[in-house]
Design a protein around this ligand. Structure first.
Ligand code: BCO
Length: 562
């Protein structure tokens, strides 16, 4: 009987259809977006029926201390169906409900992500650097009914849970039990393995990301099953250049869209293995040794990571299988590309995108790389440089980097900023979507990044809103007011710099100590990656006649423009 089952199973695998050509045409906007699409049933479950050669796992997770998990697409399907039953059973979640998932790089994150697709629950990831205030804000803004996290963050959630009236269920991924929390492993063991994936329309909401802007607290960027699932096909195939024989290691924290692109949709659409190192602390040596020991073919990382890696003597390491390197999240400097190329023989293929849109421009494999440029428009986009009236500028002129939208908004775009129609509408100028970045285009269609058109700071690949840092600083008794801007940094591209006006009772204090105290304070109030790495105490801040702080004046000074 077992032989019969094996043969039957093999036949089933060989004949299962997954039409990548159709998905490519859809991704290029040459074919209609299907009315119904669900990445779990339409892609993952299809891959689990196909005999893949070589049979790389779908997910390969290591923790660097001997812990390892490898799941084929079939195993991923089996486990994620059980998790789907946990969500709709004991967690009491229904289609359309929202769940906040704050987990480090552990396999459960991938299961929950997939289980949300199976149940239609809207997945809201968050970085583990979030503090109590950040979590409370996210729970209230999103009206999430459930939160999932780990031991370290459970007390943080508990400290604000009573203020969050929409929160009904807390789920902990832990070896131990915690009062008032459901335990993920216990529920998983008991969960049934049979689950019918919901039928989702391509435009149904699938995920929400909180993203920072110049004003106010982070906004909720909503993506649909079409924009997220289908939208990343081109990115996985042409920018990441993935095939079923590849093993891609994308290092992003699970809280960012880059983790979804590089570690879920990009690879899994192409049947590629997503390799994950838990790496709780960033350590360049761990990265270099891992690249030597594991058969990683494709590396995707923030430019800051490459800048940190090239500080080491890379010739002492042999990356036997590495053949394609990608970077995104911030511009990569030509010097770093050159150093990386000299020491490893490999180019860095830069991609430029954002949480709202995914990949906008890129250096696709095989394309001539112009170091320092963002590459060319990625299909299906028509990227142009425009002026404030919405007219296209000639090559070489600086303007707003924008995406042409004809009669119909591309399906790959985010659907909206949740509860913020004014902000959603503000991204459109005439027939263009405005990215918020400034740049120029050369005669060959390559885009050159020049900076943000607003006050957002891009540091180490993080998008940081000055208002959030200023709000954290003002909570300290020493701060009367502050202005936060970007400042150049050789490793992180740019860093957060705060100009601080002190309260009279603090002006005689040791400035160095006070600066450290303010930095620690910000790390406690909001996610630590936002803390001001530079602080300058000033008597007063430059202001307009109406009393608005002139951040641009301070920023220009930092960047040597005045
Ligand atoms: O550098 P410091 O040590 O002074 O401070 C670090 C941490 O030590 C500190 N910290 C973290 N947790 C803390 C804490 N302090 C107190 N209490 C805690 N619980 O805070 C600072 C955090 O900075 P970091 O995250 O930059 O740390 P690190 O170790 O230097 O990491 C370097 C990178 C490069 C690994 C990291 O910066 C990084 O992951 N950057 C990439 C971000 C990214 O993936 N961006 C992509 C976003 S998606 C996108 O752009 C769309 C593209 C389509």
């Amino acid at each position: 009987l077992s032989t019969f089952y094996r043969l039957f199973h093999q036949c089933r695998k060989t004949f299962a259809p997954l039409n990548l050509t159709d998905y490519e045409a859809i991704g290029r906007c040459e074919q209609e977006v299907p009315e119904y699409f669900n990445f779990a049933s339409d892609v993952l479950d299809k891959w689990s029926q196909i005999e893949k050669e070589p049979s790389n796992p779908a997910l390969w997770w290591i923790n660097g201390k001997g812990g390892e998990r490898k799941w084929s697409f079939e195993e991923l399907g089996f486990e994620s169906r059980k998790v789907a039953n946990v969500l709709s059973g004991p967690c009491g979640l229904q289609r359309g409900d929202r769940i906040i998932v704050i987990l480090p790089r552990i396999p459960e994150w991938w299961l929950l992500n997939t289980a949300c697709m199976r149940t239609g629950v809207v997945f809201i990831p968050g970085t583990t650097q979030l503090t109590a205030k950040d979590i409370c804000y996210r729970l209230l803004a999103s009206k999430a009914k459930c939160i999932v996290t780990i031991d370290a963050l459970a007390p943080v959630v508990d400290s604000v849970a009573s203020q969050c009236q929409f929160l009904k269920t807390k789920l902990i991924v832990s070896e131990s039990r915690r009062a008032e929390w459901l335990n993920f492993s216990d529920l998983l063991k008991a969960a049934p393995a049979v689950h019918n994936c919901v039928k989702t329309r391509s435009q149904d909401p699938m995920t929400i990301y909180f993203t920072s802007g110049t004003t106010g607290f982070p906004k909720m960027v909503e993506h649909s099953y079409g924009s997220f699932g289908l939208g990343f096909f081109i990115c996985g195939r042409y920018w990441m250049n993935l095939t079923p024989s590849d093993v891609v290691w994308s290092m992003s924290d699970t809280g960012w869209i880059k983790a979804a692109i590089g570690n879920v949709f990009g690879p899994w659409f192409q049947g590629t293995c997503a390799f994950v190192h838990a790496m709780p602390q960033f350590d360049p040596k761990v990265i270099l040794n891992t690249l030597c020991r594991y058969p990683v073919t494709t590396l995707c990382s923030a430019p800051t990571v490459y800048r940190m890696l090239v500080q080491h003597d890379l010739t002492r390491y042999t990356f036997k299988t590495l053949k394609h390197c990608l970077s995104g999240g911030e511009p990569v400097n030509p010097e770093v590309m050159e150093q990386w190329k000299n020491q490893t023989g490999l180019n860095i293929y830069e991609g430029y995108g954002q949480t709202e849109i995914g990949l906008i421009c890129g250096n696709m494999k095989g394309m001539k790389i112009k170091p320092g440029s963002l590459g060319k428009a990625a299909p299906p986009y028509d990227v142009q440089i425009i002026d404030e009236k919405g007219s296209v500028l000639p090559p070489g002129e600086e303007g707003d980097i924008a995406i042409k939208i004809d009669a119909k908004r591309p399906f790959t775009f985010f659907t909206r900023y949740v509860d913020d129609p004014v902000k959603t509408a503000s991204t459109i100028r005439g027939n263009f979507y405005i990215t918020g970045d400034r740049g120029s285009m050369d005669e060959d269609g390559y885009i050159w990044f020049m900076g943000r058109s607003d006050d957002v700071i891009i540091s180490s690949g993080y998008r940081i809103g000055p208002f959030e840092v200023e709000s954290a600083l003002i909570e300290h008794p020493a701060v009367v007011e502050s202005a936060v801007v970007s400042s150049p940094d050789p490793i992180r591209g740019e860093v957060v710099k705060a100009f601080v006006v002190l309260s009279p009772s603090f002006t005689t204090q040791d400035r160095k100590k006070l600066a450290c105290e303010l930095q620690d304070h910000v790390k406690k109030v909001t996610a630590p990656y936002k803390y001001p790495r530079k602080i300058e105490f000033v008597e007063q801040l430059p202001k307009t006649i109406t009393g608005k702080i002139r951040r641009s004046e301070l920023r220009n000074k930092e960047w040597g423009q005045i």
